[in-house]
Design a protein around this ligand. Structure first.
Ligand code: PLP
Length: 399
C-alpha cells in the first residue's frame, strides 16, 4: 500500500490568543462589495457601529479609529497626548507592557517602570508609593495592560484607578484592552480611563486591521498641547472629517464585519459573554493543573486572583521545549497554539480561549494538547481533559 504522508483535513483548531476564530457570519459580512465610504447606506452602518463600540467600551466619550493593528492605536495614544521628554509610568505585566514602553521610548518619552514579577503581577501598594513620591507630578500618564496576553494575567484597572486617586495624582490613565475587550469586563468611564486602546482581531472576532481608542475629555485637553509629530493618526485632523476618524479611505468591509460582531456580542449579552469566557478558562486551568502532577507543565500565572479568562500560558517543566509541543500540535494534529513571547520563548505555550469559542472546541484542544505531550515525551499526569469535562458538565448542570 502506497500511503501518502498525512495532510491536514477538517477544520484547524485555532487556539491562539489573537488573532482569534472568525465566526462564519462575520466572514460573510466582511465579504462586502466596495462601497463609497460617504454613501448614506454605509454612513448608517458606520454610525451604528461606532455607537456599538461605545457600548462595548462602556463610554460616552469620543472614539478614534485607525486602519492598522493594535500597534497603530498604541502609537496614536502616544503621539496625540505627549511631548518629547514627557514621563510615563508603565506598569510591568509582560511582553506587551514592555513593547508599549519601548515604543514610547522611540518617540523620545521618558519611561519609568513599576517592575513586577511576570508570574505574580504588579503590587498596587508600590504603585501608590511611586505616584505619591511624584509630588511634582512629572508623570503625565500611567500605562496599564488590562490583560497581559504573554503571561495570561489580568491587571485590575479599578485598582489602578484607585491608586491614582489615593495618591491624588493627576496623571492620565491609558489602558490597553486589546486582548480583553469583548472577553473580560471593561468599563472605560466608570473606571476613569482616559484612553482605552483596542483592536479588531481578538475579542471582537474580526480580521486584523482595525484598531481604535476611546478618548476622555481630559485626554482631549492634553492632546491640544502635545507636540510629538503626527499626521495620519492626528486626532484634530480626524475631527474635521465626516467620520471623525480615518484620514484616508475607510476600511468599509471591516465595518460590515464589526456590525455583525457587535450584533453577536449583544445578542449573547456582554455579561453572558464574560461568564462564558470565565467558564472555558476555568476548564483549561483545571486541565493544566491536573497535568502539572508528575512534574508536568503548569500554569505560568502563579497569582490565582489574577488569572486571565482569555488566555492561559502553560509553563513547561525545566529542560523541555514548548516549541516541541506546538510543532506536534500544528504539524500532526492541525491545532494552532500560541508560542512564548519575549523571555518566555520556548518556556511556555499559550492556549487562547477568547472570542468565538465553545465547550467542544476547548475540550478538543485540551485533548489534543494532551496527546501532544505524550507524542513529544513531556512528563505529565494523563487525564487532564477529564478534569475539564467534570468542570464543564457540573457548570452545565448548575445552569
Ligand atoms: C495583540 C496585542 C497587542 C498588539 O496588537 P497588534 O494588533 O498585534 O498590533 C498589544 N497589546 C496586547 C495586550 C495584545 O494582546
Amino acid at each position: 500500500m502506497d500511503v501518502k504522508p498525512r495532510i491536514a483535513r477538517g477544520r484547524q483548531f485555532f487556539a491562539n490568543p489573537g488573532p482569534t476564530n472568525i465566526p462564519d457570519s462575520i466572514l460573510k459580512a466582511v465579504a462586502h462589495v466596495s462601497i463609497d465610504f460617504n454613501d448614506p447606506a454605509f454612513l448608517t452602518v458606520y454610525d451604528e457601529t461606532v455607537a456599538g463600540l461605545k457600548r462595548i467600551l462602556k463610554t460616552q466619550h469620543d472614539i478614534f479609529l485607525y486602519t492598522g493593528s493594535g500597534h497603530a492605536a498604541w502609537e496614536a495614544a502616544l503621539v496625540n497626548l505627549f511631548s518629547p521628554g514627557d514621563s510615563l509610568l508603565v506598569i510591568e505585566t509582560g511582553h506587551f507592557s514592555e513593547s508599549w514602553g519601548k515604543m514610547a521610548k522611540d518617540f523620545g518619552l521618558d519611561i519609568r517602570t513599576l517592575s513586577a514579577d511576570w508570574r505574580r503581577g504588579a503590587d498596587f501598594a508600590a504603585l501608590r508609593a511611586m505616584l505619591a513620591e511624584d509630588t511634582a507630578h512629572a508623570i503625565k500618564a500611567v500605562c496599564a495592560v488590562q490583560n497581559e496576553t504573554a503571561t495570561g494575567m489580568e491587571l485590575s484597572i479599578a485598582e489602578t484607578r484607585a491608586a491614582l486617586d489615593a495618591a491624588g495624582h493627576p496623571a492620565l490613565l491609558l489602558v490597553d484592552t486589546i486582548s480583553s475587550l469583548g472577553s473580560l469586563d471593561f468599563q472605560m468611564d466608570a473606571w476613569g480611563v482616559d484612553v482605552a486602546v483596542a483592536g479588531s482581531q481578538k475579542g471582537l472576532m474580526l480580521p486584523t486591521g482595525l484598531s481604535f481608542t476611546g478618548v476622555s475629555p481630559k485626554a482631549m485637553a492634553a492632546h491640544k498641547t502635545s507636540t510629538l509629530p503626527k499626521s495620519y493618526l492626528h486626532w484634530t485632523n480626524m475631527l474635521g472629517r465626516r467620520h471623525k476618524s480615518f484620514i484616508g479611505t475607510v476600511p468599509t468591509s471591516l465595518f460590515y464585519g464589526l456590525q455583525e460582531s457587535i450584533r453577536l456580542l449583544e445578542e449573547e449579552g456582554l455579561d453572558q459573554v464574560f461568564v462564558r469566557h470565565a467558564r472555558l478558562a476555568e476548564a483549561v486551568r483545571r486541565c493544566v493543573r491536573h497535568w502539572s502532577g508528575n512534574n508536568g507543565p503548569s500554569l505560568f500565572c502563579a497569582n490565582p486572583d489574577r488569572y486571565s479568562n482569555s488566555v492561559t500560558a502553560v509553563l513547561m517543566p525545566e529542560g523541555y521545549d514548548a516549541e516541541a509541543v506546538r510543532k506536534v500540535a500544528l504539524g500532526t494534529f492541525n491545532v494552532s497554539l500560541g508560542g512564548g513571547l519575549n523571555k518566555l520563548g520556548g518556556k511556555v505555550f499559550r492556549i487562547g480561549h477568547l472570542g468565538d469559542l465553545n465547550e467542544p472546541m476547548i475540550l478538543g484542544t485540551l485533548a489534543t494538547v494532551e496527546a501532544c505531550l505524550r507524542v513529544a515525551g513531556i512528563p505529565h499526569t494523563p487525564g487532564g481533559v477529564q478534569a475539564a469535562i467534570d468542570y464543564l458538565a457540573e457548570a452545565a448542570r448548575a445552569g
